[in-house]
Design a protein around this ligand. Structure first.
Ligand code: NAG
Length: 156
């Protein structure tokens, strides 16, 4: 008897939870959703995202953190030799609207590590910008980029 009621409770919970999980995964339109945050960090006090074609030098081996709210690191990535980083989030972790409104990118690796003339303290920050979705097979990818990295003397 007890086992049966436990089983019943489990079935009811599973039935209630399933549609929510499916909706959050973006499966309603038959596609699995992902959020991709990609960009290039420039070895510069600001004014650029070192987009391809830009004359700004790049910032390799910089730790790029996705922060939501003060000091809350949600994900991180390191720039490669071309200053490029990439962070992939699934929509279970974060809704796109909340990401754009509450989160930003923070680079605390000192600029002095890519150019000794630049400050050894502080770091770079950028808000986020949605630039559209792309479909790759079964994946619906929401593409997000840094708006512009700017130097701030204290990154708390
Ligand atoms: C850095 O990553 C980008 C994007 O994946 C790639 O195009 C580029 O070749 C990489 N650079 C190096 C030096 O690995």
């Amino acid at each position: 008897m007890a086992l049966k009621s436990i089983l019943l409770v489990f079935l009811v919970l599973a039935a209630a939870a399933a549609p929510i999980a499916v909706a959050q995964l973006g499966l309603l339109n038959g596609l699995l959703g992902l959020i991709s945050i990609k960009g290039t960090v420039a070895c510069s006090l600001g004014g650029g995202t070192a987009a391809s074609g830009s004359a700004l030098p790049v910032f390799p081996n910089a730790l790029v953190q996705l922060q939501c709210g003060p000091g809350n690191v949600v994900a991180s990535s390191t720039t490669n030799g071309s200053g490029v980083f990439s962070i992939i989030l699934d929509p279970l972790q974060m809704l796109l609207s909340s990401l754009l409104n509450n989160c930003g990118l923070v680079v605390n690796t000192p600029l002095a590590s890519c150019n000794a003339q630049l400050p050894a303290l502080g770091g770079l920050r950028s808000p986020l910008q949605f630039i559209g979705s792309t479909v790759q097979g079964l994946l619906n990818i929401a593409n997000v980029i840094p708006t512009e990295f700017r130097y701030v003397s204290a990154t708390t």
